[in-house]
Design a protein around this ligand. Structure first.
Ligand code: BGC
Length: 255
């Protein structure tokens, strides 16, 4: 197993891509800390699945857009498992609103959950890793839209653009401490964030046609990449993003 005995925190870990990451890390032997706000039952179910894989899991009630509550996640990891080896800043939302119709409230919520939580999650985890003295891994779940416009989803795009530069800058700053910082940029993934598209056959047809691989990703196809990036096999990768997008960013009609 790639991650035997490692301790990982996965924000937004009880649904969507986060859940697949928590399960993929656990399948490689990691013990897992996940946060929840709204759905203790989903968290308990996931804890059960992780325990069934032979690892330990703990769910913590925490709002990851608040610095004190991110600190609580790290403190719980240390109190329960003794350390933090892997921090996955995954929690994210989108409003599907344009530059013309995004409200102040929507803007703040998207930026706080997607960018502020990744920034302070990185900071707080890195401080703990530096204290431990033997490095660590920080994985930021961004999106193809860290670099590629998605009209009608402006606040989301700019939050992910921020995570892109967080990954690069923190990767440079933390390299001397043996901490790597890597972004993972999924394309379209079959998770609750895409429910509206998945319920619209015409939109799905257009989307599938735009993806060279011809379909959305399943969440496990993202989780597996994160598990590898958290492992020793990826020890020289930092300050960059790995896109897991079925080729969508590079698709072309050939005209
Ligand atoms: C967004 C989805 C979108 C996908 C591909 C993701 O980051 O959350 O809404 O379908 O990118 O464009």
């Amino acid at each position: 197993m790639l991650l035997s005995g490692k301790v990982a925190i996965v924000t937004g870990g009880n649904s969507g891509i986060g859940k697949s990451i928590a399960l993929a890390l656990a399948a490689e032997g990691a013990n897992i800390v996940i946060d929840y706000i709204a759905d203790p039952q989903a968290t308990e179910d996931l804890e059960g699945q992780i325990v069934a894989l032979g690892d330990k899991a703990i769910g913590v009630e925490a709002d990851v857009s608040k610095v004190a509550e991110l600190q609580k996640l790290v403190d719980t990891a240390v109190a329960t498992f003794g350390r933090v080896d892997i921090m996955v800043n995954n929690a994210g939302i989108e409003t599907r609103t344009s530059v013309l119709d995004t409200t102040e409230e929507q803007y703040e919520k998207v930026l706080e959950i997607n960018l502020k939580s990744a920034f302070f999650g990185t900071q707080i985890a890195a401080k703990q890793m530096i204290k431990q003295g033997d490095g660590g891994r920080i994985v930021n779940i961004t999106s193809v839209h860290e670099d590629w416009p998605m009209p009608g989803n402006t606040a989301y795009c700019l939050s992910k653009g921020g995570v892109r530069m967080l990954t690069r800058t923190a990767g440079v700053e933390l390299g001397p401490h043996g901490i790597t910082v890597v972004g993972v940029g999924p394309g379209a993934v079959a998770t609750p964030i895409n429910t509206a598209t998945m319920n619209d056959p015409a939109a799905m047809k257009t989307l599938d046609a735009a993806i060279p691989i011809g379909r959305m990703a399943q969440p496990a196809e993202i989780g597996g990449v994160v598990a590898f990036l958290a492992s020793d096999g990826a020890s020289y990768l930092t300050a960059t993003t790995v896109f897991v997008d079925g080729g969508i960013m590079h698709s072309s009609p050939g005209l």
